[in-house]
Design a protein around this ligand. Structure first.
Ligand SMILES: Nc1ncnc2c1ncn2[C@@H]1O[C@H](COP(=O)(O)OP(=O)(O)OP(=O)(O)O)[C@@H](O)[C@H]1O
Length: 285
């Protein structure tokens, strides 16, 4: 195996990953492990690892850590490895990477790779998904310690507050051609959102296309119906859900609406999405 640098996020899984350090150390033997010290540090540490000649950088954490490592790779030809130590690990799930640390490390040692597309919003790369509206608003309203203490309940409470108000209208222009309106947009590279929920049923990681789901309504009743639709794999047939595939899209609104990428807050509207086909090489089972 080429020289790998493992970037470990002790704050993943609501700080529970910290307890896995010794197990990680034992599993990876004398491979290099670097521990992140603050949010954003995985990106800086990845850039350093590349300068030092590492050809494989392994994100040991959740989707946020993978996102930072990918942004640190910054278009270089180095390969991404994943040890899924986060809460949900949607991208690892999408790639079929085992959740058990020792098995995920075996996958990295075998070193089989695959090329996947890399979407961007502005200059920021993301691996799995982005959201404009509801989910990003919820992140603005839940502090990390409430998330850590109350888990999914903190999201639910924030959502109740938000759904009582009218959400701004989003104008989504696809491939510079047609514009559609809605109040909540999800953009995906793979099929899953937030777990094994197939919000983007036609998505492929290597088709050169972004998948989008634009929801027209945003009140408690509509959201409950959308959730049911996703679980029953019928939401793309709803008349108030617009499902599409695109090479690029822009989102505009009367007032700034927050945006999240791979589960972390990142800016607000207006924003533009694009995708680079087969830009990322990643180790897979
Ligand atoms: N040393 C650190 N102290 C505090 N936060 C950190 C540190 N290192 C990284 N972070 C931040 O931890 C956050 C959560 O990381 P990550 O997404 O990997 O885990 P997760 O939320 O448990 O997983 P998932 O997104 O898959 O559910 C990221 O925003 C990252 O920037």
């Amino acid at each position: 195996m080429n020289r790998a640098c493992i970037i470990f996020n002790p704050a993943a899984r609501g700080e529970k990953a910290r307890r896995l350090f010794e197990r990680l150390r034992t599993t990876v033997g004398d491979s290099t492990i670097r521990v992140t010290e603050y949010p954003g540090d995985a990106e800086a540490q990845t850039e350093r690892a590349i300068e030092q000649g590492f050809r494989i950088v392994v994100a040991a954490g959740g989707d946020g850590t993978v996102n930072e490592v990918v942004n640190g790779l910054n278009g270089t030809s180095a390969t991404l490895g994943i040890l899924p130590l986060g809460t949900i690990n949607v991208f690892a799930m999408e790639l079929g990477i085992p959740i058990r640390l020792e098995r995920a490390w075996e996958v990295i040692q075998r070193g089989k790779t695959r090329k996947v597309d890399l979407p961007r919003v502005g200059e920021q790369r993301f691996v799995q998904l982005a959201g404009v509206g509801l989910d990003a608003e919820i992140l603005t309203r839940t502090h990390w310690w409430t998330r850590k203490t109350f888990g999914p309940l903190s999201y639910l409470l924030a959502a109740f507050g938000l759904l009582a108000r009218a959400a701004p209208l989003l104008n989504v222009t696809i491939n510079g051609e047609e514009t559609h309106q809605g109040r909540f947009l999800l953009v995906g590279n793979g099929r899953y959102y937030g777990g094994r929920f197939p919000v983007f049923p036609d998505a492929k990681l290597d088709d050169g296309l972004l998948d989008g789901c634009l929801f027209a309504e945003l009140n408690a009743f509509a959201v409950a119906r959308y959730l049911q639709g996703v679980l029953a794999r019928r939401h793309t047939q709803f008349s108030d859900v617009f499902y599409f595939q695109a090479e690029r899209l822009t989102v505009e609104s009367d007032r700034p609406v927050p945006l999240e990428v791979d589960g972390e807050l990142y800016g607000h509207t207006p924003c533009s999405f694009s995708i680079s086909p087969a830009e990322l090489e990643v180790i897979v089972p």
